[in-house]
Write a protein that binds this ligand. Structure first.
Ligand code: NAP
Length: 297
């Protein structure tokens, strides 16, 4: 019998992931709060449901790819949420970036329905989601992961087993701690260098020559120089992740002094700019402070 899949959350990431599952031949039922975003999936052959519970009913595997903890709590645990429809033995896989407390709530709710749960947040952005080349960070029972693996292979190029339930979520927070800092460091260097009269392209090229060179700096650096802030990953979601990281630091008694400063930079950028723009738009806040614009010369 064919594996039936439910998919909840067709945002920037979810729609590419769901499209790959339907293209791979799985019987797919999708749900998105804003129904218009499901049209593309419907055209590919997915069934569109009216509630998350309906998307989960009859599914062997249910994916959620939602913005933040409140979205997961509403669409999974709320009225007509995924849990209402989840059948015994099904696997619920949450790919959203949330906090370990939210992952634990969802796991408990799934287990109360005799279903299984994996936290499986992702690394890689819109392009990787479209190409089925995400990196998955998975927490949960290894046997559940083994069962889900053929489906996870469709959306990913690498699966990292992080440990028991909640570990995937925690690993993702550590990962985004680094990404948020890299973006902040690159932005500060470009603004400072530009103000001093350096060519910003020379700054990027110099970073790329040594051991610290990362394709990330080349990619985001060129977006900034081209003034292209088209959203791959929004400013508001990176600020959300930094808030989750700061809370995890508090819960675990782990001071995160650099993260605290970086978080406030994202808050400022979100406040004075457009929170829906790509997170590389934090450079605009620094530009405003320094009264200079970083652009291709
Ligand atoms: P997005 O484009 O903003 O999509 C968010 C999704 O959540 C949409 O489907 C949205 O529905 C839904 N949603 C929000 N609040 C909801 C609520 N209260 N009830 C039901 N649905 C709700 O975000 P994204 O970029 O795809 O990111 C999704 C997740 O992946 C986030 O946790 C993000 O941190 C993580 N992530 C993103 C990237 C990236 O590069 N974009 C990379 C790695 C991880 P509507 O369409 O109705 O608004």
């Amino acid at each position: 019998m064919r594996t039936r899949i439910g998919f909840v959350g067709l945002g920037i990431m979810g729609r590419g992931m769901a499209a790959n599952l339907v293209k791979a031949g799985y019987e797919l039922t999708v749900y998105n709060r804003t129904r218009a975003k499901a049209k593309e999936l419907e055209a590919l052959g997915a069934r569109v449901s009216n509630t998350p519970a309906d998307a989960a009913a009859d599914a062997d595997i249910v994916f959620t790819m939602l913005a933040d903890p409140p979205a997961v709590k509403q669409a999974v645990l709320g009225t007509a949420g995924v849990i209402e429809g989840l059948k015994p033995g099904a696997i619920l896989i949450d790919c959203s970036t949330v906090d370990p407390e939210t992952s634990a709530c969802v796991r408990e709710a799934a287990e109360a329905k005799n279903a299984l749960f994996l936290d499986a947040p992702v690394a890689g952005s819109k392009d990787a989601a479209t190409k089925g080349e995400l990196i998955l960070m998975v927490g949960g029972d290894p046997e559940t992961l083994e069962r889900a693996k053929p489906v996870l292979d469709v959306i990913s190029k690498k699966i990292i087993y992080a440990g028991p339930s909640g570990s995937g979520t925690m690993l993702k927070l550590c990962f985004n701690l680094v990404v948020s800092h890299m973006m902040a460091a690159l932005s500060e260097a470009l603004v400072l260098g530009t103000k001093a009269g350096l060519s910003p392209q020379t700054i990027i090229d110099t970073i790329m020559t040594g051991v610290i060179g990362s394709r990330f700096y080349e990619w985001k650096g060129s977006c900034i120089l081209n003034r292209d802030f088209t959203t791959n990953f929004s400013l508001k979601l990176m600020h959300k992740d930094l808030s989750l990281i700061a809370s995890a630091g508090y819960s675990l008694g782990t001071p995160l002094p650099v993260t605290a400063a970086v978080k406030e930079l994202y808050a400022a950028a979100k406040g004075i700019g457009n929170p829906e723009e790509d997170f590389c738009a934090i450079v605009k806040a620094l530009e405003q402070f320094a009264q200079v614009e970083v652009k291709r010369q």
